[in-house]
Design a protein around this ligand. Structure first.
Ligand code: NAG
Ligand code: NAG
Ligand code: NAG
Length: 194
């Protein structure tokens, strides 16, 4: 609604001034009264399906699922509420959480592939109450995640300070346990927003 009103106002303003200041017309429309901002964020993210207090739990699994003992059996849907921290340790200061879903989608039991949809929200600091939405494949290629591989994931939206955000996240596992599926990742985010 607010968007429409700003746009309508710009249109009226431009129509009014167009005959005199013709060259301003396209410039005003292009800016739309807003300036695009670029924000970089860096934090760590902990996904712990194992142990007594898992951050990720299995919600559903298709009947055709074959390998129930694979860390990511094909066609399994998980709910996640993963903490975001300042440092690489799980015990480091928590600054937010990533809540969402991921679906394991590799039919090859030796490969891990998931599609992740999660809202990464901050609960402290300058971006308290703001979040961005990540919706992407992990990992985006066929490689096995390792400390040496960096995955790029797509960011498709946001709330609060990150309203209208688009961008990408670069992720790298800083520790992982193949038996439990527990993993900690370093995340560098680049966001373009208004
Ligand atoms: C899976 O589906 C098949 C066919 O619909 C059914 O016969 C079988 O009992 C199901 N298996 C489980 C574990 O639910
Ligand atoms: C974050 O925002 C919430 C809601 O506005 C507020 O209750 C909370 O105190 C804030 N936390 C910090 C650390 O600023
Ligand atoms: C994130 O940024 C830091 C600082 O620029 C850099 O040292 C690190 O390698 C980056 N990590 C990833 C996963 O992009």
């Amino acid at each position: 609604m607010e968007e429409q009103m700003v746009f309508a106002w710009v249109m009226i303003f431009c129509l009014a001034i167009a005959p005199v200041y013709g060259q301003h017309y396209s410039k005003t429309i292009k800016l739309g009264g807003r300036v695009e901002k670029k924000t970089r964020l860096r934090f760590f993210y902990h996904d712990f399906p194992g142990g007594k207090n898992p951050t990720t739990v299995l919600l559903a699994q298709a009947n055709i699922t074959q390998d129930f003992f694979s860390p990511s059996p094909y066609s399994s849907l998980y709910a996640m509420d993963d903490p975001l921290t300042i440092g690489p340790e799980r015990t480091s200061t928590t600054i937010g959480n990533a809540q969402g879903l991921y679906i394991a989608l590799s039919r090859d039991p030796n490969k891990f592939t998931a599609v992740l949809y999660a809202d990464f929200a901050f609960t402290t600091g300058r971006f308290n109450g703001s979040s961005f939405s990540l919706f992407s494949r992990y990992p985006p290629t066929d490689f096995v995640p390792s400390p040496d591989t960096i995955c790029e994931m797509a960011i498709v939206g946001g709330r609060g300070a990150f309203k209208m955000a688009k961008g990408f996240a670069l992720l790298r596992a800083t520790s992982s346990n193949a038996m439990t599926g527990d993993a900690s990742l370093e995340v560098n985010v680049t966001l373009y927003h208004y």
